[in-house]
Ligand binder design. Structure first.
Ligand code: UD1
Ligand code: UDP
Length: 382
């Protein structure tokens, strides 16, 4: 039996972990025993426990309860806690997702103890080193035994950095570092949960929304929330569109953004937001609600990596509130437009996308990425 430790901490990782845990439970339970470690990076019910409940993820076996603090302190506390767990019992490998501080901590703790690291969502690059996520993913990729790349672009990025199908970097047991294109575990989830969301979510009714006649907007990137100029520019554009297009804009607020809009918006914007009948601000949505909001939106506007992709999975156009994106194929297929945090570009991108015929080819795998990953981990460790 292979003993794996899955490390999660932030909302998107909990969601991604659901796909892998499901594959282990349904198809690999005689070969893999998985334990889950939650770093506690996200801790509000709406950012964490709601996903365990809705998506049937097993409760974490370990919770470090690290909470919010500065980048260094948060990562250091996680490394210390993960190391203790790895010292307390034997694990054959550690499974990590994406690019958060929880990912970085897991990669550092495991690799220093010579425990193989399996990185799901490897090879993504924004080529913007001012993002904490870019630092995290580059370090994690370099410390991983298998780099599970979701897309062709991710594999090409890795090749440019000198990784190949089997890179000549030796890891525990003298094995070479492997790059494998497996598809995207979030795409697995989108196929698995879409019909459940249709019946289990009442969000459209609750918020008084008509299918195809509202915009879904999410904002949480530090470079958007922590800059008064950028945050104000984004919200000014949302207000302008809500008014000029007479369209409802639903904004499930990340806790970081909730704090920022009360302290960091230019004068009178907060009041205008509260007074605008077409702006619907809600707490962070659960998974069934967010899927339904994404699937039925006219346009999605976001700086989230995951929401960009899910918009594509569900055939919705997306205005990307960032200067660049790791998911470049969304732009290449005309399904997304980079608008950064610039008022005119956001308004123009919305108008262009509304009038555009878009094709959404299946670029993110066959919907069985998690099973491919489990199979390759079993092969690697046997
Ligand atoms: C983190 C990830 C980011 C990811 C995002 C997903 C890093 C460096 N960033 O960003 O890549 O896209 O998660 O949502 O790992 N807070 C709460 N309750 C919570 C969690 C956070 O109130 O349950 C507030 C705290 O004020 C905290 C702030 O949000 O300081 C930011 O949280 P943090 O986990 O540090 O970063 P995110 O912005 O969430
Ligand atoms: N998400 C959610 N509720 C929300 C906003 C997002 O459940 O209110 C989900 C979304 O469907 C996706 C994931 O969270 O699966 C994306 O995470 P997030 O935007 O926090 O971070 P990122 O993907 O940018 O790292």
């Amino acid at each position: 039996m292979i003993n794996l430790l899955t490390v999660i901490g932030a909302r998107p990782q909990i969601i991604k972990a659901a796909a892998f845990s499901r594959a282990v439970k349904e198809k690999f339970s005689s070969e893999i025993h998985e334990k889950i470690l939650h770093t506690g990076q996200h801790y509000d019910d709406s950012m964490s426990s709601v996903f365990f409940t809705e998506m049937g993820i097993p409760n974490p076996d370990f919770n470090l309860g690290v909470g919010s603090c500065s980048q260094g302190k948060q990562t250091a506390r996680m490394i210390e806690g993960i190391e203790e767990v790895l010292l307390s019992e034997h694990f054959d490998g550690v499974v990590l997702y994406g690019d958060t501080n929880s990912t970085l901590a897991g990669a550092v703790a495991a690799s220093k103890m010579h425990v193989p690291v399996f990185h799901i969502e490897a090879g993504l690059r924004s080529y913007n080193m001012s993002m904490p996520e870019e630092v995290n993913r580059i370090v994690c990729d370099n410390l991983s035994s298998i780099l599970f790349a979701p897309t062709v672009t991710a594999v090409e990025n890795l090749k440019r950095e000198g990784f190949s199908a089997a890179s000549p970097v030796r890891f525990s047991g003298g094995k070479n570092q492997l790059v494998r294109q497996v598809g995207d575990v979030m795409y697995d989830n989108s196929l698995y949960y879409a019909s459940q969301a249709e019946t289990r979510s009442t969000v459209l009714k609750r918020l008084g929304l008509e299918k195809g006649s509202y915009v879904l907007a999410t904002v949480h990137r530090d470079f958007n929330t922590d800059s008064r100029l950028r945050l104000s520019s984004i919200f000014k554009a949302l207000l302008y569109l809500a008014d000029s297009e007479n369209i409802k804009i639903v904004i499930p607020l990340h806790p970081r953004t909730k704090k920022a809009i009360s302290t960091n918006l230019e004068d009178d914007l907060l009041v205008k937001l509260s007074n605008c009948g077409n702006i619907v601000i809600t707490p962070p949505a659960g998974f069934f609600d967010i899927i339904n909001l994404e699937r039925n939106a006219k346009v999605v506007m976001t700086d989230s990596g995951g929401v960009q992709k899910e918009a594509f999975f569900y055939g919705r156009p997306c205005v990307i509130l960032r200067p660049e994106t790791e998911w470049i194929e969304i732009i290449d297929h005309g399904a997304g437009i980079l608008a950064d945090a610039e008022f005119e570009r956001i308004v123009e991108a919305y108008r262009k996308l509304v009038g555009r015929e878009i094709v959404f080819p299946p670029l993110f795998g066959d919907g069985h990425a998690s099973e491919h990953i489990a199979e390759m981990i079993v092969d690697y460790l046997n």
